[in-house]
Design a protein around this ligand. Structure first.
Ligand SMILES: [Zn+2]
Ligand SMILES: [Zn+2]
Length: 245
């Protein structure tokens, strides 16, 4: 066990925004730090949950041009910028796994009702490749998904999807090509096969990731979920990009 791990055990959790210590019984985030973050607000795309200009379109630019989508709806909490962006970097790359609990709590506070009304059967995280898992020690999406599943009192199917190939971001590709490429890197995991054998394939699932940008990851994962017999997918993320590609 490294020194930092021992320190994490001995000391109270840190604020996900400023990384300063917070008392265990507090809300896990300083109230003044929480105020610095920008939430998605009420004018959001009816499909993916991305902010849209006030009172303007029902769908964002990306979704308006999409012919079809494998998921039904998306919800997110914060605009991916500034302090929450830095927070996500520490969460993903600097071992601040503990932030996941607070992220999930914020997700439940803002969208708990919508998520429950969807009547989901299970919560499924976007998978990471085992090489990333080895470097990082955990799957950040799974960390959030586990807390969300707890809060919604649903089973967590962390082994339902599997990433079989290491993909590099391919910015030059169109959205459609990116989804196709990602789909080739994904497959149903052992858990999906086992549930199918038991005729217990979930019908309605919440798919969880940390950040939603172009939506290609969510499209690809949803398409693979649908191929296993899942009928309805809702996607939930902590941060969402405001721009378009
Ligand atoms: Zn703080
Ligand atoms: Zn949209």
């Amino acid at each position: 066990m490294g020194e930092s791990v021992i320190l994490d055990v001995l000391f109270p959790p840190r604020c996900p925004v400023c990384d300063g210590l917070v008392s265990v019984r507090a809300t896990r985030c300083h109230p003044t730090c929480r105020k610095k973050l920008t939430t998605v607000g009420t004018d959001t795309c009816m499909h993916c949950g991305k902010p849209v200009p006030e009172g303007a379109a029902e769908y964002c630019y990306d979704c308006a041009s999409k012919e079809e989508s494998a998921f039904e709806r998306g919800v997110s909490v914060f605009l991916y910028e500034g302090d929450i962006r830095d927070s996500m970097v520490r969460f993903k790359f600097h071992g601040r796994e503990e932030y996941g609990a607070w992220y999930a709590r914020e997700l439940l506070a803002m969208h708990g009702r919508t998520l429950r009304e969807f009547e989901p059967d299970a919560v499924i995280p976007v998978p990471v490749h085992r090489r990333k898992m080895r470097d990082r020690g955990y799957n950040q999406a799974e960390r959030i998904a586990r807390e969300l599943a707890d809060g919604l009192e649903l089973p967590l199917y962390a082994g339902y999807l599997r990433r079989n190939r290491f993909t590099v971001p391919q910015k030059k590709l169109s959205n459609h090509e990116r989804v196709r490429n990602l789909m080739r890197a994904l497959e149903p995991g052992r858990q999906a096969l086992r549930l199918s054998q038991q005729q217990k394939t979930p019908r309605r699932v919440i798919l969880v990731d940390d950040i939603y940008t172009t939506g290609s990851t969510m499209e690809a994962c949803s398409a693979v979920l649908r191929s296993t017999g899942v009928e309805h997918v809702m996607v939930a993320t902590i941060c969402i990009g405001g721009g378009y590609v």
